[in-house]
Each structure stands twice: as C-alpha cells, then as structure tokens.
Design a protein around this ligand. Sequence first.
Ligand code: GLP
Length: 240
Amino acid sequence: MKVEIFKDKETLYRSVSDFYVKAINEKPNMTLGLATGTTPIPLYKNLIESYKNKQVSFKDITTFNLDEYIGLDKTHKASYAYFMKNQLFDHIDIKLENTFIPSGILEPQVAISEFQKALDAHQVDIQLLGLGSNGHIGFNEPGTPFNSTTHQTDLALSTIEDNSRMFESIKDVPTQSITMGIQDIMRASKIILIATGKQKAEAVYGMIHGPVDENLPASILQKHNDVVIYLDEAAASKLK
Ligand code: GLP
C-alpha cells in the first residue's frame, strides 16, 4: 500500500487527476472503475477541465461504477446514474453505451447478472474508491464477505445517515443497493482510494494499520499489490 498525504485538497486532486490524464494517454482504451459520493467530485472537475483543454480524450474509455441505490432510476437526482451524467459523462466525449452502472430499477437479480456479465468481460485497469466512515468500499458494508461479487446489500444505518444529505429527508434514503463485490474490486489492476476529512480518520487508520477483517471492508486493500491511498491531513490524522 502506498500512502500519500497532502497538505491541501487542491494539490491532492491535482496529483490524482494528473495521474489519470497520463494513464489514459498511455492507454486510451482503458477500463476505469468509477465511484460516486462527494469524494470524487473535484477529480471529475479536473478531468473535465483537462478534456476541455484537449489534454485527454475519453472516446475509447469504458467505465464501471461501483454501485447504485435500489429503487432510484437515472432521473432521480440522488441516483448514482444521474450523478455520473451530471458530474462527468455529460461534459466529456465518453460514449454512454460504454458506461456501466448497476440498474436501480430492474429486478435486482437481473440488474446484478447484467452488470456482472459486463464486468467479467473486462479487466478494470484503475479502480477509484472513496471510503465510507464505517470503512465501506462501494456499498460493501462491514461484514460483507471478502469473496463477494456483485450483490444486493442492506445499507448500514451510519451510511444512511451519512448519505441523507443528498436527499430531502432521511426517510427518502433507499435502504438497499446493488454494489460491485469486494472480490470484483480486488480484481482491478490498480486501485486508487481517496479519503479526506476527519470523519474518515478512524476508517483510514483501520484500513492501513488494522487487521484485515471483514468488519472493516477497506482493510482488504492491504492484500492488493498496487494500491495508492490519497489522504489529506485530516483523514491521515490518526495514522502512526
Ligand atoms: C457512499 C458510496 C461509496 C463512497 C462512500 C463515501 O455511500 N457508496 O462508494 O465512496 O459512501 O462517500 P463520500 O465520498 O460522499 O464521503
């Protein structure tokens, strides 16, 4: 695990986006695993800017998103499909047919098998991850088996609370999701995890120094041979 700590978020996100621009230029048809949440937004902003400045093109890129809420369709503003269009896809030259996100409205077993089939036909070159304050990755909540593939999950109460800021009221937050499994995430050639803010410090500590334990899903990343963790000082504040 390589851990990089940045004094300010701007430098952090600049470093991550420079890495992506270089990697995509080296392999313009790569497969990217993407994430949602607040964490990747500045990265997506930088990538849009690089696209507009003609420093990078996404026309041959394929993407797989980690997860989606069950019950939200792509027109719902809190759905991850809406988020991806709004925060990234609508502003770059990616072909939407090459972007895969689990469906929140199909019958879950159908959505899961469709997504898994597409994912299994690709090798993800770089998987981007955020980190839940309880150590989740994607929507793989504490207790999820490390050998899980794409599956339906019940969201932890802490996740519902954390994510309620995206909804009008906490009652509107879906209680279930479909997520790429931990085994799927670990299959990526390279993994980049970004965590910022002191509310992530405890999970960051466990991910890096703690035992590899299903109760802290991100701790499995200790077993991957190419992981880079990007942290700001607040998220890194509990590290040894
Ligand atoms: C969400 C998403 C994760 C995300 C995490 C952190 O629930 N399912 O993929 O990484 O929680 O979110 P944020 O970046 O908003 O802190």
